[in-house]
Design a protein around this ligand. Structure first.
Ligand code: ATP
Ligand code: MG
Length: 331
């Protein structure tokens, strides 16, 4: 079992990333060989501030380590340190089909109505993501629900490449989506949109760097409806905001939705929200204080990332060489 997954350094790590991906990565470190990377090449598909990017990469690396990623167990690196990601992505652009990429819901969501004005990279981003995964022969890719379609695309690209060039090179990976409510944490302002780093409203998400008062305030102001909580999970259907907050509470405390509702049935949000804020603070406070210690040691962060890059590069090199050979460009 080999695990590969990444996160974009496009903003601060938020509760959705943490519950949907990072805390699951942390648990997998003892079971598999794990590679985790800062997807800084992916960050170029949206507007980036060149003066900030290196800082954002270090900040995200520190956030991952503070959350429990252990560089002694897992390979932690920045994507751009390894040219093989971009090289393999280019090879795979010959395999991926326009029609496949056109169907990606994230492309439709992020490009919105302005497809003509979106970057080409935003459109072909899933092909780079396929390269990230296939380069290391990953068997499992732990991601949030929003990335499931991209992992399925990666499988299609792997299978078509193997067939077209008559090789058994790429391993079609399995998406590895968490069970329960953590797989898709929704915005605090809109139960129909996922919590995201790039949502313009900071009130839509809980960031790892938010202090206790900010967490409490964001939960207090989170959108809800006037009804009390029901005793039956089925009665949360049609109440996306209520469902999301109950789901977050369960994911944070480890309780099922049934257990959460058993405790809060018939209570209004006036009593549920403070309990939710308290649970979130208990989860995030220790991570935040570790982050405060780690983030200032840039030399140590750079050392960890350089060490990770050297190990990842060695793992990926044979696959890239085989891909060049398969397409007739062997060296
Ligand atoms: P961006 O808006 O820049 O795309 P993001 O919040 O979607 O940011 P990514 O870096 O794209 O973050 O994703 C990192 C990981 O977090 C992925 O595995 C993704 O599936 C997961 N993830 C992102 N948002 C959520 C969410 N709301 N709920 C659960 N998992 C999520
Ligand atoms: Mg995303």
């Amino acid at each position: 079992m080999r695990v590969v997954s990444g996160i974009q350094p496009t903003g601060d790590l938020h509760l959705g990333n943490l519950l949907g991906a990072i805390l699951r990565w942390v648990r997998m470190q003892d079971e598999a060989q794990c590679l985790f990377f800062l997807a800084d090449l992916h960050a170029l598909t949206v507007d980036v501030d060149p003066g900030q990017l290196a800082k954002s990469v270090r900040e995200m690396a520190a956030a991952l380590i503070a959350s429990g990623i252990d560089p002694a167990k897992s390979i932690l690196f920045r994507q751009s340190a390894i040219p093989a990601h971009a090289e393999l992505a280019w090879i795979l652009q010959g395999t991926a089909r326009m029609g496949w990429l056109n169907r990606m819901t994230q492309w439709k969501d992020k490009a919105g109505k302005n497809k003509e004005g979106a970057s080409v990279g935003l459109f072909t981003y899933p092909v780079l993501q396929a390269a990230d995964i296939l380069l290391y022969q990953a068997t499992h890719v732990p991601v949030g629900e929003d990335q499931k379609q991209h992992i399925e695309l990666t499988r299609d690209i792997a299978i078509k490449f193997n067939t077209d060039f008559d090789v058994e090179l790429f391993v079609p990976p399995e998406p590895f989506i968490g069970g329960g409510t953590a797989a898709r944490v929704m915005s605090l302002r809109d139960g129909g949109a996922k919590m995201s780093k790039t949502d313009p409203s900071d009130m839509s998400r809980i960031n790892l760097i938010d202090d206790d008062d900010m967490i409490a305030q964001k939960i207090r102001k989170a959108k809800t409806d006037p009804e009390p909580l029901p005793d039956d999970p089925a009665l949360l259907e049609g109440r996306p905001e209520a469902k999301n907050l109950v789901g977050i509470y369960g994911a944070v405390t480890g309780d099922s939705v049934e257990q959460v509702l058993a405790r809060f049935a018939d209570q209004g949000f006036g009593s549920f929200k403070p309990a939710l804020a308290e649970a979130l603070i208990a989860l995030l406070k220790p991570i935040r204080s570790r982050l405060d210690e780690l983030r200032s040691d840039t030399a140590e962060l750079d050392r960890i990332l350089a060490d990770g890059a050297a190990r990842a590069s060695a793992l990926g090199a044979p696959t890239l060489a085989s891909a060049y050979t398969a397409v007739g460009l062997g060296r």
